[in-house]
Write a protein that binds this ligand. Structure first.
Ligand code: SAJ
Length: 442
């Protein structure tokens, strides 16, 4: 189970924040022999955890958590307690003004101060603006009276796992650890070595913060390039997907996939941390964000132009949207561009949206007003519809019974924002097939 060169010493670890990062990390440490106290401000999360249950969806996480709780190595608590190590894995969202909201990190750090003892280590996993460890975390930890870097070791070790593959990536991915000094980096490395099989690279705390942000910014800017290409190809009357397929035959080119926008709690958020710190310098980063944020409006305009061609004198035209999560095969709707698309249809007033997403069982505050449009099955969502939009390409939407859908729709129009369906087959059935990024199907 453990690498031969590492001597296993059981540690007590307090993990603050039991979301998509904290809970899998807690379960992983616990099933590898450490004693874990998982802390969260949400009582439901704690109650569920102590019954071996989870409140989020991630493949195999339920099984791992149940095993960890049953072994006695993982339990939930509403308060931190004395431990050997403390891991902060709380959200770092942005405010309405696109500023980093560090209140959860601040509160988490303050909550552990009374528990800190000589020889402890504190690790920040939350994605944070450069300078957070030095300028926010360390000054709070200093209130413990311990000598930082000697009696209390501190590091940033950003999570880098992809939702949908979290348990695989937690183990396999390379990891970056940025300590406030070498001793901190080495100690934290030894702790993660318990389960991390990927290489572990050491650096300073601010560089580690910047690495994590740049990874997500790299993806955001590349997706923006793909989205701009899609818009350009619609203008030039050609197919962006064909251009991407052929351009990517070049050994050093990897154009990403266009789509209805970028969602999730990471890529759509993190670039703003840099824009906030250096607005006059982060020009490309900001422009990438703006392009990706404009995609729901672009899809809306394209849908509207399709709907306006339908000759029907009265009544609202119905638009059916498949998928509302932020990306395929997850239940997470945070920052979902599809929620923004639904809002645009609602604001326009002359359309009746209908949504079907078999993975999304509950909607957060952002998607609250989409609740009334949700359907339990695809046929009731598509019944009497004038346009079917594929918003999220969940695997399950690869098996849609189009022949039957054709019969229930009022007007057979499809707008595929993911290049997921076969236009030729759909045209044979009788649909008008439109593809985002394809100027030939406008
Ligand atoms: N998307 C596109 N086109 C693409 C790829 C993605 O439009 O070619 C869209 C998706 O539909 C989705 C959004 O981008 O709306 C983000 O999805 P994603 O799968 O690219 O990334 P996340 O947000 O699920 O996870 C990212 C990952 N970062 C990178 O791949 C660099 C993950 O490794 C991070 O741990 C995670 O952010 C995080 O927590 O920061």
């Amino acid at each position: 189970m453990f690498k031969k060169d590492v001597v296993f010493i059981k540690k007590k670890i307090c993990i603050i924040g039991l979301g998509y990062t904290g809970l899998p990390t807690a379960a992983m440490f616990a099933t590898h022999g450490h004693e874990i106290v998982g802390v969260d401000i949400n009582e439901n999360v704690i109650d569920s955890l102590n019954r071996g249950k989870i409140t989020i969806y991630e493949p195999y996480l339920d099984i791992l958590v149940q095993a960890a709780v049953t072994s006695g190595n993982l339990r939930g608590s509403s308060h931190p307690e004395e431990a050997d190590a403390f891991i902060i894995a709380v959200p770092t969202p942005i405010t309405g003004e696109k500023k980093a909201d560090m209140s959860h990190v601040k509160n988490a750090a303050e909550s552990i101060v009374p528990c800190l003892r000589k020889g402890n280590m504190v690790i920040l996993e939350s994605t944070s603006p450069p300078g957070t460890v030095s300028n926010l975390l360390v000054p709070i930890l200093e209130k413990s009276g311990l000598k930082i870097g000697e009696e209390l070791l501190v590091a940033h070790s950003p999570e880098r796992v992809l939702p949908g593959r979290i348990l695989i990536e937690l183990v396999e991915n390379p990891r970056i650890i940025g300590g406030i000094n070498q001793e901190s980096s080495e100690a934290v490395k030894n702790l993660y070595r318990t389960f991390v099989k990927g290489d572990i690279y050491l650096t300073d705390a601010t560089s580690a913060e910047m690495c994590k942000l740049m990874e997500n910014i790299y993806r955001d800017v590349n997706i923006a390039l793909a989205n701009e290409l899609a818009i350009l190809c619609e203008t030039f009357g050609i197919n962006a997907w064909e251009v991407i397929r052929l351009s990517n035959k070049h050994p050093r080119v990897n154009i990403h996939q266009p789509g209805p926008g970028v969602g999730g709690h990471c890529i759509a958020v993190d670039p703003w941390f840099i824009v906030e710190k250096a607005p006059d310098r982060a020009l490309l980063i900001k422009q990438g964000r703006l392009i990706n944020d404009s995609m729901p409006m672009h899809v809306f305009r394209r849908a509207k132009s399709i709907l306006e061609r339908i000759q029907e004198p009265c009544g609202k035209k119905k638009v059916t949207i498949l998928g509302i999560s932020y990306k395929p095969n997850v239940d997470d709707t945070r920052e979902s561009p599809i929620i923004k698309l639904v809002n645009l249809f609602e604001e326009e007033g002359c359309f009746e949206p209908a949504i079907y997403d078999p993975l999304v069982k509950s909607l957060n505050q952002e998607g609250h007003n989409c609740k009334k449009y949700m359907h339990e099955d695809i046929f009731s969502a598509a019944d009497g519809s004038h346009l079917l939009i594929l918003g999220v390409n969940h695997d399950v939407f690869g098996k849609v019974d189009f022949e039957s859908l054709y019969k229930v729709m009022a007007s057979p129009n499809i707008l595929d924002t993911r290049n997921s369906w076969d236009g030729k087959t759909l045209s044979r059935i009788g649909f008008n097939y439109y593809l985002l990024g394809d100027g030939r199907s406008s």
